[in-house]
Ligand binder design. Sequence first.
Ligand code: ADP
Ligand code: MG
Length: 662
Amino acid sequence: MIELTQISKTYRMGNIRVPALRDVSLKIGQGEFIIIRGASGSGKSTLLHVLGLLDKTDTGTFHFMGRDVNRLDDCELALLRSETVGFVFQQFHLLPRMSAIDNVALPLVYRRRADRVADPRQLLEQMGLGRRLNHRPNELSGGQQQRVAIARALVNRPSILMADEPTGNLDSASGREILTFFQKLNAEGITVVVVSHEADIEQYARRVIHIQDGYIRSDEMRATMVAAGGIAWDSGLKLSRADDLNVLGSRRQPPGRAEKFLKHLSQAGRSLSGNKMRTGLSALGIVIGVAAVMVMLALGASARSSVTRQFSALGSNRLVVRPDAQNIGGVRQQMGAVSRLTMKQVEQIRERVLQAKVVVPEVRGRGQIVWGSGNANTEVVGTTPGYIDIYAAQPAHGRFFTEEENRSRARVALLGLTVARSLFGKQNPVGEMVKINRVMFQVIGILPAKGATGPRDEDDLVVIPIQTAMRRLMGREYFDCISVSASDSESVGQVQESILKLTRGWPRLPGATGAGYRIDNLASIQAAFSAVARTLALLLASVATISLVVGGIGIMNIMLVSVAERTGEIGLRKAIGATHADIMAQFLIESAVLCMAGGVFGILLGAGATLVLSHLAGWKLGISIWSILLGCGSSAVIGICFGLWPARQAARLNPIDALRHE
Ligand code: ADP
Ligand code: MG
């Protein structure tokens, strides 16, 4: 059944080499009862770990049920451990957070074949622990813990049972009970290998192997096996008789994927809730990260839409024609010094450029406006009624001036909101007389609020008829610019093209170089601003991403700690048949659960913050489903990626190395 040939194993501790097994050759047959005896430090445990497939050897060959162990991969080893070996550790290695019955049932999770298994409850009842099923290991005595450990070794109905110093911690009566129980198991066909340093238990075995300093010194068969006596519990296992299906232990399907998943899930829940404070703190990074993503995305979207909104208020399909500064004889001239915009050009654009919807001349200058004892310095804009269409400037109160008033140079004015407030406070200015640069004007209306574009206050202005402005106020002959709005956004380019052609025929001073006129496309400026807003949104998103990554690192940290703390547990799980993949799945589910929980709280927090912000600051912030998905998805991905690596580290260990890790 088991055949070791010239096995040796040496531990290395830094530079010191500790040979634990030297040239050990051993055959163990089906149904034997073997006691391996030797002094402390002679290599017994090492040998038993090798026999139990928990540790690797340095040299020699090892056949286990006809298979070359050195050639088996992780999966095949796990299967063999799960199906054939029951191991009782000297330190028991029960999982402290699980009840006795859950500890016993643990190997069932990792079964992979339909096979007969024992019922954990019945097993514990037969071992006299019927009333301790739900106690945790720390609530049990040493002897009781040992019985739980034995029950766990038996639950998968192994064909070989190995026990390391099973009587070491017990009084002699309890020790005999254990041995009697082992003898019963042996009588039912299970091969039993017991390791001990006590001389007086040799008599209970059929075969005794003495080991000293890693060498096998003697290997004797005994004619008779003395019954250990004492009350042994009823094993009731009847393991040898394959047809004995209904005697304890029934044929059971191995757990399916869903069942395994649920087991892992509840395990994750237990381990996370076992340390609530730590779980909460480690998920905090993800919570904040997800919330930040939501708020930042909302802010970015709001910035973009507000830029679009403001530009549409300023006239979205707008072109501005101005005289360009030019060089005459290498000297750069002041703007407007060389080329002139007059009503003639306005008429030309109106007639020749078909897609030009509105064509409006403008002059601009500073003016001192006085009412009563108040006065303000503001921008004076002279224009025509077409201004309403280009700037969406339908007066909020009162009316705009008419073409007739413009022609007759009427002294009427519309005030921007800022000017109206600073002069009139809460009073209604419509109908009042004000002085602009010492000329009397009647206020006929208030312009609608525009807000600010950048540092510029779009409400700090006075609008008057252009003829009045040029003849009565500023004494100018030419317009500063002509604003043209195209009928739609597609024709902006075309309009620009046609006006450019027109400007070539417009007057220029002799000797001037360059085109003489410049056409600014506000649509392209708007595009530039949108790009800025997009960049801003991107910036915000990347800040949020960084906080998510930081959150992920928090998760990784805690998973590292968790794995380090539970390396022993990982070792145990591998020892009872868990594969690499099982361990990975367990930790993956755990970190995913942690991240998901963080994600859910993050979404709640983010939604709350968004609502509060839009309430307090008056911004229109929306919660988009995308930001929720992004937050959730990225937190889960980050958590899983960062959780996987530490789990991999642990799952790669030899079970026995991992167990020793504590
Ligand atoms: P026993 O179980 O007979 O007391 P062990 O098999 O545990 O003996 O140990 C055999 C020898 O190997 C001892 O000298 C012990 O100090 C050494 N040893 C055991 N485990 C390790 C280890 N993980 N690292 C280094 N040396 C070890
Ligand atoms: Mg030992």
